[in-house]
Write a protein that binds this ligand. Structure first.
Ligand SMILES: Cc1cc2nc3c(=O)[nH]c(=O)nc-3n(C[C@H](O)[C@H](O)[C@H](O)COP(=O)(O)OP(=O)(O)OC[C@H]3O[C@@H](n4cnc5c(N)ncnc54)[C@H](O)[C@@H]3O)c2cc1C
Length: 310
């Protein structure tokens, strides 16, 4: 409950336009702990650097709630450029996309623009043997994202497109089960948005418990699971679970955010687990950065100290 109140307080303040304007100027040096840079080259360099420690990258061009259809398509064009650049740098493209940023819910001659742009992006990634994960956004988008995911897996195959389930939503266990026929590649997360109690567990203990249930059920069903968390207790439990159930290390991977728990990322990779860091980049970093601050008061202290320094 306290976690929810803290998150609500930070996100409510961060969403105020005056705060955003001030923060954008002052906070970029601090945001760089969580964001690889503003251009493609910085993102590619971050992947190559992490690969030296046996950690793979998951590239994310930042941008959400983009309004005009033309901007959505331009955003998708930039993701295509990113995929080409990764391939040219010898990296198998692995990208994450928020469907809202490429036009989800906007009509384009009878087709959903987000679906149309997602097809272009996944088609390009598939050309290079790559993968696209459809990020999960706030709960009004869950149904449409899962529906579009089903269509896209049908067209491109589960080896080239995956999506995300959030353990704070009451519905996620049922959603997971309903996708089983696709043998889907799913990233499990706790959930980063401000959600009402009508749809999401208000208590962290329930969110954590549901997280374990989701991961275990997905692995037991024989699917590929991206265990995306920095929660060491859960990571240890998952290690024990896979050992006890004879689940091989190539049926799952640990995923963490760029700049968070680098020590843990490295040590897991050194133990022979697959590890992937989610690497955001781009000029539209503010909302992403605000959510990271909202996740833990320690990050708010980090920002406060940085701002006091100058
Ligand atoms: C690879 C990846 C992809 C994601 N994709 C999505 C998505 O598509 N949709 C979505 O809603 N959410 C997404 N998230 C965010 C996720 O929902 C959580 O908000 C976030 O991961 C924090 O939860 P946690 O599992 O680490 O556990 P928590 O219980 O929040 O944290 C566990 C421990 O991790 C550390 N920690 C956690 N967050 C931070 C931080 N920001 N800074 C420093 N330390 C921290 C702290 O030590 C904390 O005690 C993603 C997360 C990851 C790792």
């Amino acid at each position: 409950m306290i976690d929810q109140l803290y998150r609500k307080a930070v996100l409510t303040v961060a969403e105020r336009p005056q705060v955003e304007k001030l923060a954008r100027d002052k906070m970029w040096p601090l945001a760089q702990r969580f964001v690889a840079g503003e251009d493609i080259q910085s993102a590619i360099s971050a992947v190559l650097e992490l690969q030296k420690d046996g950690i793979q990258g998951n590239l994310d061009l930042l941008g959400e709630f983009i309004e005009s259809p033309a901007d959505c398509t331009a955003f998708a064009d930039n993701v295509l450029k990113l995929i080409d650049a990764a391939h040219a740098a010898g990296i198998k493209p692995y990208v994450s996309v928020k469907l809202s940023s490429v036009g989800q819910g906007k009509d384009d001659g009878g087709t959903d623009l987000g679906l149309k742009n997602a097809r272009r992006i996944i088609g390009k990634a598939k050309e290079y043997g790559g993968f696209v994960c459809l990020d999960m956004e706030d709960h009004p988008r869950t149904d449409i994202t899962l529906e579009q995911f089903r269509v896209l897996v049908g067209e491109f195959g589960a080896e080239h497109v995956g999506t995300v389930l959030q353990s704070y939503l009451y519905r996620s266990l049922k959603d997971r089960e309903s996708l089983d026929d696709l043998r889907p590649n799913i990233r499990m997360v706790k959930g980063a948005y401000l959600e009402p109690e009508t749809v999401a567990y208000p208590d962290k203990a329930d969110v954590d418990q549901n997280y374990r249930r989701l991961v275990y059920a997905h692995l037991k069903a024989g699917n590929y699971c991206n265990v995306a968390t920095h929660d060491e207790k859960i990571i240890d439990d998952v290690k024990r679970f896979v050992l006890a159930h004879g689940i091989s290390k190539d049926q799952f991977e640990f995923q963490m955010l760029y700049g968070i728990r680098r020590d843990l990322q490295k040590s897991l990779a050194a133990e022979g687990y697959r590890v992937r860091a989610y690497i955001p980049y781009g000029r539209d970093w503010y909302a992403y950065f605000s959510r990271r601050i909202a996740e833990t008061p320690r990050n708010a202290m980090f920002v406060a100290r940085g701002m006091l320094k100058g």
